[in-house]
Design a binder for this molecule. Structure first.
Ligand code: SME
Length: 160
């Protein structure tokens, strides 16, 4: 399935669901089920005061890493850079937090609200080199849509 076409399916879901938290949960579950190379899907939100990321809705195996310091692992690096991080082979990463030994590649895409970095979507794959530019484009468009639709409600999903 082309990610571009798939996005319009998600847009329909987003338009129909009024509750931000439920929308994110449905999206995590849906894309983890529909997209073969998406084995774990989750949203982290940023606490700019404590400089920590907090896990919000996710789909896949439960993780111990529900709170991550800015700068730690791939997620923590994106919290500082505000740019997508695509790792084709996580075993080659020097600054990486392993959630499961099965994970081979990962992409983390920032989530902006009104040009302020508020969170990120994190996808793990059990296949090496699973992600490419199309995933980055798809996930950026998804995050943009979520920011447009839910606005400040996104910041209430996780209480710090
Ligand atoms: N691998 C991430 C940690 C989050 S888990 O993948 C759920 C990282 O290095 O930041």
């Amino acid at each position: 399935m082309k990610l571009e076409n798939y996005l319009s399916e998600l847009n329909t879901l987003i338009e129909q669901e009024e509750n931000a938290s439920q929308a994110l949960q449905q999206i995590c579950s849906k894309i983890q089920k529909d997209l073969d190379h998406y084995d774990w899907v989750g949203f982290y939100f940023m606490n700019h005061h404590s400089k920590k990321l907090h896990l919000g809705p996710y789909a896949g195996k439960a993780t111990d890493h529900t709170i991550i310091n800015f700068g730690s692992g791939i997620c923590g690096q994106v919290a500082l850079s505000g740019e997508t991080y695509l790792s084709e082979d996580v075993s080659a990463e020097e600054n990486y937090i392993a959630c499961s030994i099965e994970v081979k590649s990962e992409i983390v895409v920032p989530l902006y609200l009104n040009e302020v970095l508020i969170g990120q979507i994190d996808i793990d794959s059990n296949t090496t080199g699973a992600f490419g530019k199309d995933d980055d484009i798809f996930l950026k468009a998804l995050n943009k849509k979520l920011a447009q639709r839910y606005g400040e409600d996104l910041k209430m999903i996780v209480s710090f």
